[in-house]
Write a protein that binds this ligand. Structure first.
Ligand SMILES: [Zn+2]
Length: 271
């Protein structure tokens, strides 16, 4: 499932491919629920003829700012991805000026494109993006201390901090040696500082490595160039239950925390 580093990678690659500044000549929507509440025809009519001025990202949302003043907000959910080459499971095809074609691919069909007048209708429900200066230690520590919930679902809560999903949450908790079921208000200032630093660190390294893909299946993350992301070799916890911890060699365990599969080291991350 694409998280902040994967969405950032896709946004950067689309900019590098020259998508910004191009005019949308025609639109084909192959799976109408992607553009709900618009019909496929109404969505196409609303964006045909306008330009894609800017591609940006907040949390796991990618945004196409259009010359018409409207914005397409894209959430890739489970398996959304982009390509400049035709493939199978292409749900939206944008023919652009200068001979470019943008294919939005989504095997599992949960991804959504929201056409909005004001991006704030979506963004105001989000906490600060984890890689911006708005996400500070003071803010994070205060948000954790005033709640009495398990730490893992809190750092996955996009209303508190935007960008983390299951992979990078497990990685940040492993790196800061915090058990995923610790209560947020039981964490010391030192632990909160470590976790804050780990969140920024795992996401930055993820971006640097062009994201993470953890399997060979067709629903796994692919970047715009069809590559699977270089971050897999650097993953220490997520998906590694049954293998030895890279720090202490204890066998990593998998549990379910707030309905999410969670891998941790029972020695380094004791409760
Ligand atoms: Zn360990």
């Amino acid at each position: 499932m694409p998280e902040l580093p994967e969405v950032e990678t896709i946004a950067r690659q689309l900019r590098a491919r020259g998508v910004e500044g191009k005019t949308i000549l025609s639109v084909k929507v192959g799976w109408a629920p992607t553009v709900t509440p618009f019909s496929a025809a109404a969505f196409s009519a609303a964006i045909e003829g306008t330009t894609i001025d800017r591609i940006s990202r907040v949390g796991k949302w990618m945004m196409l700012s259009l010359g018409s003043g409207k914005t397409i907000m894209i959430h890739l959910r489970m398996s959304g991805s982009f390509s400049m080459e035709k493939g199978s499971h292409d749900r939206i095809v944008l023919k652009l000026s200068d001979g470019l074609t943008l294919y939005y691919r989504d095997t599992r069909k949960f991804g959504r494109w929201k056409l909005v007048d004001d991006p704030d209708v979506v963004l105001r429900g989000l906490g600060p993006d984890a890689l911006t200066r708005r996400f500070t230690l003071n803010y994070f520590a205060a948000a954790m201390k005033k709640r009495h919930r398990m730490i893992k679902p809190l750092i996955l809560d996009q209303a508190i901090v935007a960008g983390l999903g299951n992979i990078y949450a497990d990685e940040a908790l492993w790196e800061s040696k915090i058990h995923p079921e610790r209560r947020s208000d039981s964490l010391s200032d030192e632990e909160l500082a470590k976790l804050f630093k780990a969140i920024k660190h795992v996401l930055k390294v993820g971006v640097k490595n062009r994201g993470t893909s953890l399997g060979a299946g067709k629903t796994n993350y692919r970047d715009v160039e069809g590559e699977s992301g270089g971050h897999r070799a650097e993953v220490n916890a997520y998906g590694k239950s049954g293998t030895p911890c890279a720090r202490c060699e204890t066998i990593l365990e998998k549990i379910v925390v707030a309905q999410r599969g969670t891998t941790f080291c029972p020695t380094c991350q004791s409760l």
